[in-house]
Ligand binder design. Structure first.
Ligand SMILES: Nc1ncnc2c1ncn2[C@@H]1O[C@H](COP(=O)(O)OP(=O)(O)O)[C@@H](O)[C@H]1O
Ligand SMILES: O=C(OP(=O)(O)O)[C@H](O)COP(=O)(O)O
Length: 401
């Protein structure tokens, strides 16, 4: 890696500022899926095992007004982290000032401290000032002044230019390194996209064509096949002149979809059949249709022939990258396509299989196949930005070796 890593930094007795992505689901004050916390443990352990004093920063959710703050405290995360590390974690309920500075001064080698949600800085005295998410230069400078070195392990936030990632790093030139999770994410995604074992198949789903057009465009030059399922498939149907009924279509993207199809030749694989419904509801009347979708019906999942078609494309793949569900996965009656594809990926034990994004990750976990896949990315937006071939500001700001 051309960037400094945690192993390049002096740690013994140092105040080690660490940016992690602990933006995890919290319900009634309890952490739900703790995958992102678990994924950061190797770097945290490395730092404390080498005598560093780990000062952790993360955002949680989005804060636009004072009332958002109480429900988005990182305190439950500190508790879960403490359980996972099997040692005390000091939680500091503020993001700046004497209380934080004193807590840092009181740390001993090997101690762990978690600072309050960095996005508390986005609202000051009731005003939405975006000091954290707007990368206020004074804030990054202040946080950088609290430590000796900086480790960024927040891959999930790497597509954001925040004070707590880019700001701190730019104020610590030559002392800002990547953690193990960051390294691992870049390695798997980087190898998959830049140096894939072939055939390389990408599976893209979900709803937002506009967000993923850039990804498709970049992958056209790199992948052998691109499977498009989920809501985005129907904008491509429209581009091909197939009737879409009431299915989700981004009308202003039909022309771009046409251009992509022209450029793609037979690289793009679209669903043959779909589960269509008479309303956007789990209890809707449904049927499976091939090709044209009549008015009054909307496609909410791929059909059984599409599942077979996609599996035929996937069965010989040596590298697979999957982002986005094949249907309205949240409704049990339209989850089958996503679950079948997830299950099939679990059988591809000879291939490198990488899954990114909340819904697809949830699907493989629900199926219990997550541990059969090579890599589950902790970043949805970040992995997409990477697949799009764009620079991630959080990574760019890390010091070069
Ligand atoms: N056929 C479909 N029609 C409408 N919405 C769909 C369809 N297929 C998938 N979706 C929706 O797409 C959403 C996920 O889209 P998106 O945000 O683009 O993906 P991701 O969460 O992976 O980034 C899910 O909420 C899912 O219900
Ligand atoms: O969860 C995140 O994004 P993701 O759901 O796209 O992976 C990151 O923590 C970034 O959070 P944000 O989208 O509120 O900036």
């Amino acid at each position: 890696m051309a960037k400094l890593t945690v192993e390049d930094l002096p740690l013994e007795g140092k105040k080690v500022l660490m940016r992690v992505d602990f933006n995890v689901p919290i319900k009634d004050g309890v952490v739900g899926d703790d995958n992102r916390i678990v994924a950061a443990l190797p770097t945290i352990k490395y730092v404390i095992d080498h005598g560093g004093r780990a000062i952790l920063f993360s955002h949680l959710g989005r804060i636009k007004k004072e009332e958002d703050k109480p429900g988005l405290s990182l305190r439950p995360v500190a508790e879960r982290l403490s359980n996972l590390l099997n040692k005390p974690v000091t939680f500091v309920p503020v993001t700046e000032g004497k209380q934080l500075e004193d807590a840092i001064d009181n740390m001993k080698n090997g101690d762990v401290l978690l600072v309050q949600n960095t996005r508390y800085e986005d609202v000051k005295d009731g005003e939405y000032v975006k000091r954290e998410s707007g990368n206020d230069p004074e804030l990054g400078k202040y946080w950088a002044s609290l430590g000796d070195v900086f480790v960024n392990d927040a891959f999930g936030t790497a597509h954001r230019k925040h004070a707590s990632n880019v700001g701190i790093a730019t104020n610590m030139p030559g002392k800002a390194a990547a953690g193990y999770l960051m390294e691992k994410e870049i390695k798997f995604l980087g190898d998959a996209v830049d140096n894939p074992e072939r055939p390389f198949v990408a599976i893209l789903g979900g709803a937002k064509v506009s967000d993923k057009i850039g990804v498709i465009d970049n992958l056209l030059d790199k992948a052998d096949k691109i499977i498009i399922g989920g809501g985005m498939a129907y904008t491509f149907y429209a581009a091909k002149g197939i009737k879409v009924g009431n299915s989700l279509v981004e009308k202003d993207k039909i022309d771009v979809a046409k251009q992509i199809l022209d450029k793609a030749g037979d690289k793009i694989v679209l669903p043959i059949d779909n589960v269509v419904a008479d309303k956007f509801n789990n209890d809707a009347d449904t049927k499976v249709v091939e090709g044209d979708i009549d008015d009054g019906w909307m496609a909410l999942d791929i059909g059984p022939k599409s599942v077979k078609e996609f599996e035929d494309v996937l069965k010989d793949a040596k590298t697979v990258v999957w982002n986005g569900p094949m249907g309205v996965f949240e409704m049990p009656n339209f989850a089958k396509g996503t679950l079948e594809i997830g299950k099939f990926l679990g059988t591809l034990t000879d291939a490198t299989t990488i899954v990114g994004g909340g819904d697809s990750t949830a699907a493989v976990k629900e199926l219990g196949v997550a541990d059969k896949l090579t890599h589950i990315s902790t970043g949805g937006g970040a992995s997409l930005t990477y697949l799009e071939g764009k620079e991630l500001p959080g990574i760019a700001a890390i010091s070069d070796k």
